[in-house]
Design a protein around this ligand. Structure first.
Ligand SMILES: [Ca+2]
Ligand SMILES: [Ca+2]
Length: 130
């Protein structure tokens, strides 16, 4: 009886560790825009595939949407900023071309200049912005 009680305590502890570990799976480029991340969506209205980044990407050329072979560069139509920083998106790589700013919490569609034209993106914070 005594061993039975110990076994059940261990089982409960194991379950707690399992649920605590699941946020560790989270991260950028997992196809889910989580807290602290910025997402570029293939479609308008935050639909379709999403490229989720936590700090920045200087060149989207060659990058693919997570779980897909679709390319990100010049191929996104909407945004979701789930970080506490303003993000900048650029029409060329490495902060080139036109740029737009997207405040924390912003969800919306790209304006005409940025539709299927974004090639780099950065969080407006020291250590991310070049
Ligand atoms: Ca993510
Ligand atoms: Ca890249």
């Amino acid at each position: 009886m005594r061993f039975g009680r110990i076994a059940s305590v261990v089982a409960v502890a194991g379950a707690v560790i399992l649920s605590a570990a699941s946020p560790a799976i989270a991260g950028q480029k997992n196809g889910v825009v989580e807290s602290g991340e910025f997402g570029l969506y293939w479609g308008t209205g935050s639909t379709g595939l999403v490229y989720d980044i936590s700090c920045g990407d200087g060149n989207l050329a060659g990058d693919k949407f997570p779980g897909s072979t679709a390319l990100v560069n010049d191929n996104t139509m909407s945004y979701r900023n789930k970080s506490t920083y303003t993000w900048r998106v650029y029409t060329d790589a490495y902060t080139g071309g036109a740029y737009g700013t997207l405040p924390p919490g912003h969800v919306g569609n790209a304006s005409k200049t940025f539709q299927n034209s974004i090639s780099s993106e950065y969080a407006e914070v020291y250590g991310c912005l070049p």
